[in-house]
Write a protein that binds this ligand. Structure first.
Ligand SMILES: [Zn+2]
Ligand SMILES: [Zn+2]
Length: 329
């Protein structure tokens, strides 16, 4: 039986090598065991799909491997380089390998949430940036389809202070509508922001105003980032704060739009508007809010994804383990 907590990177590497050396049959046996263990942990926690944002270095399918190695039940990944607007097309063989790995390890597309490129600003007042962002959004949604994925998370955009929030919202919704026309099925998931600079989406009502302008509302949703929410002024740190935030979200946006949560503590204080993620329990949000989150029934069956910096001895595997240990049986 695998013990995520005690399994450091060196041990994981050794296990991987052992698997590679052994017969295919035995390898499959280990995969099944891992999948079973993840399923048991989830079930003991009201079906919470806790995981992390993982890298794609060496091939996009590596993301699936990384997630299973850390004992995660869900994951996020980038769909290509964060540095260029134009990227080579996604390799068909790599995409196939990714889909194979997902089915082998028992990952459902509903629990995989790709994260959009940071270059994009679908609300940009600069025409060239808006055009490039719109094109990149289409490209990223097409990549999701190729990978067999249904959800795609991105930061709504920023007015750069030169247009009004309403005009910015109009542009973002326009880019989403355009992308929906060009690509099939994938749901565009807006992330709430910390309210830094002139970004749109710090307040729930701003997210709702984008959703209201999307023509196909079956293809739009929200991913709530706990660090961003706290930095934007939603006080998760007080007793009952988590429940209050989801109540407010339900009233202002509607719970059926909630597709995922990003689990991050915050380096900054309440309402600081700074997007500074901290490891779980080490920041100003604190551990009791995360206890409430993993015990919140409204978050069953959706991806709950860590995007914390990680520190030696408190990597993703340990933070996932900690979060599952907070579940009241
Ligand atoms: Zn994000
Ligand atoms: Zn996030």
């Amino acid at each position: 039986m695998l013990k995520w907590k005690s399994m450091g990177p060196r041990k994981r590497e050794a296990r991987k090598r052992k698997n590679e050396d052994s017969l295919g049959e035995k390898e499959e046996d280990t995969d099944e065991k891992g999948a079973e263990e993840r399923r048991d942990r989830r079930k003991n926690c009201g079906n919470k799909y806790i995981g992390a944002h993982v890298g794609i270095q060496g091939g996009i399918w590596k993301a699936v491997e990384s997630c299973t190695e850390m004992g995660g039940s869900s994951f996020a990944l980038f769909l290509g380089s964060q540095r260029s607007w134009k990227r080579p097309a996604l390799d068909q063989t790599a995409a196939e390998r990714f889909r194979e790995q997902c089915s082998l390890q028992g990952f459902d597309p509903a629990h995989i949430l790709p994260h959009g490129s940071y270059l994009m600003n679908c609300g940009s007042p600069k025409e060239d940036v808006f055009e490039k962002s719109q094109a990149l959004l289409v490209d990223e949604l097409s990549r999701c389809s190729l990978l067999g994925l249904n959800l795609y998370n991105f930061h709504p955009g920023s007015s750069l202070g030169t247009i009004t929030t309403e005009q910015c919202v109009e542009k973002i919704a326009g880019a989403i509508n355009h992308a929906h026309q060009q690509t099939p099925a994938v749901v565009t998931v807006l992330e709430n922001m910390s309210g830094q600079g002139s970004t749109v989406g710090g307040k729930f009502v701003e997210l709702k105003s984008i959703i209201d302008k999307v023509r196909d509302q079956t293809r739009v949703g929200v991913c709530l980032d706990t660090c961003h929410a706290f930095a934007a002024g939603y006080n998760l740190a007080v007793e009952g704060g988590v429940k209050a935030m989801f109540d407010e979200f339900d009233q202002e946006v509607g719970l059926h739009y909630l597709k995922a949560v990003h689990l991050n503590d915050s380096k900054g204080k309440l309402g600081c508007n700074l997007d500074r993620h901290e490891d779980i329990g080490k920041g100003h949000i604190g551990i009791s809010a995360f206890r409430d989150i993993v015990n919140e029934p409204r978050l069953d069956n959706i991806p709950l994804i860590l995007e914390t910096p990680g520190r030696p001895g408190f990597e993703y595997a340990e933070q996932i383990e900690l979060l599952y240990s907070l579940c009241k049986k």
